[in-house]
Design a protein around this ligand. Structure first.
Ligand SMILES: Nc1ncnc2c1ncn2[C@@H]1O[C@H](COP(=O)(O)OP(=O)(O)O)[C@@H](O)[C@H]1O
Ligand SMILES: [Mg+2]
Length: 356
């Protein structure tokens, strides 16, 4: 196996295909040559799960995979720890192809490199919170004192101090998912796989959990693969987002890339309801350079979202603001009018035609 990277664990998915059915190999070439999902299904009774997936997930980032139900999200994430074998393609983790691992290597890989958080929590009902959290380390054969120390630390870190001896059915959904997260973190694996982990939670609890995860990630810097069907969640969490449709990636990039330049109508329909003020950053629309006489204006850092810039201008009773870089050097300026213009969703071509 390759040396362990000192820069964390990145994941590269290359030319990945998954066909479900009795004889998937027989159809790979046809699919590569363009046979559609519908054709494969109606004429050959096979299901095209994934088609030519290529994603480079840098170490320490949150990679979101988004798509509607049935688009292939679970199929994709399950390839990363090889709960599903691909029909073709590679899944490289630290340059090692998970697809080629033998059983012993795979077992080691799953135990030490990956942890999962499930939508339905999947806690052991007859174990306490503490005993649930130690589970992964128990399997790894870590000494008991170390198991408990780590588990207690992460239970506290996700906000469940005092609940160590509770049982899952004594906890609310949000708290149960905190246990799921504590259990995954106690494993101390560099890769965290989260398949719709927050989708079963009520909206406010869900936002709480997103905050917990973002806050933790500043410290743990794991490679997190987060599956969701919700664009707001994707934009809030994802350093990068890949959008799946019918087993194919239709677009990938930062949230801002996707909102500003949706690749097709499918993605436009997703992004049209988005609060653009929370996605677009000041540097995207600022006028570069130092504004003459701008010295007295308030200033925000690059990477600040428009909504926040607008709030500051409102509070300070000014209609213009400066933008500075990480070192505090002014790099541009922006006025309220351009902030508002950028926050308003552009009317689509079709909508304009319909209105005329
Ligand atoms: N074991 C299987 N056998 C046949 N088809 C499957 C199997 N697992 C998933 N599929 C099909 O693959 C597609 C993607 O499913 P899935 O990955 O579960 O989607 P998502 O998680 O985005 O809702 C769907 O069309 C689904 O019916
Ligand atoms: Mg799924």
């Amino acid at each position: 196996m390759a040396e362990k990277s000192t820069h964390g664990t990145g994941i590269i998915i290359k030319n990945l295909y998954k066909i479900f059915g009795r004889n998937p190999q027989a159809y790979v070439e046809a699919v590569k040559k363009g046979m559609t999902k519908a054709e494969l299904n109606t004429e050959h009774g096979h299901v095209l799960g994934l088609k030519d997936i290529n994603i480079d997930m840098p170490a320490g980032c949150i990679q979101v995979v988004m798509g509607l139900s049935g688009s292939g999200k679970s199929t994709l994430i399950r390839h990363i720890n090889r709960l599903i074998d691909p029909t073709a393609g590679e899944v490289l983790v630290d340059n090692v192809d998970v697809v080629k691992m033998n059983e012993a290597e795979l077992r080691q890989f799953r135990r030490h490199k990956t942890a999962m958080v499930f939508q339905k929590f999947a806690l052991l009902p007859h174990r306490t919170v503490l005993e649930n959290a130690v589970y992964g380390l128990e399997i790894q054969g870590v000494p008991r004192s170390k198991q408990l120390e780590e588990a207690r630390r992460w239970i506290a870190r996700v906000g469940l101090e005092g609940f160590e001896d509770s049982y899952p059915n004594q906890l609310s959904g949000g708290m149960q998912q905190r246990v799921g997260l504590a259990r995954a973190l106690t494993n101390d694996a560099p890769i965290l796989l989260m398949d719709e982990a927050f989708s079963a939670l009520d909206p406010l609890i869900r936002m709480d959990m997103q905050s917990v995860l973002l806050d933790l990630q500043k410290e743990i810097k794991k490679t997190i693969v987060f599956i969701t069907h919700d664009l707001d969640e994707a934009l809030r969490l994802g350093d990068r987002i890949a959008i799946l449709r019918d087993g194919e990636i239709v677009q990938q990039g930062t949230g801002q890339d996707i909102v500003l330049n949706p690749a097709d109508d499918y993605i436009s329909s997703f992004v049209k309801e988005v609060n653009r003020g929370r996605v677009i950053m000041v540097d995207t629309i600022m006028t570069p350079g130092v504004r003459n006489g701008g010295a007295g204006l308030p200033s925000v850092a690059t990477g600040t979202i428009l909504e926040h810039a607008a709030r500051i201008m409102t509070e300070e009773h000014v209609s213009e603001i400066q933008v500075h870089d990480g070192k505090g050097k002014p790099v541009g300026h922006i006025d309220m009018q351009s902030v508002i213009s950028a926050m308003v969703t552009p009317i689509t071509h079709e909508a304009r035609q319909a209105a005329e």
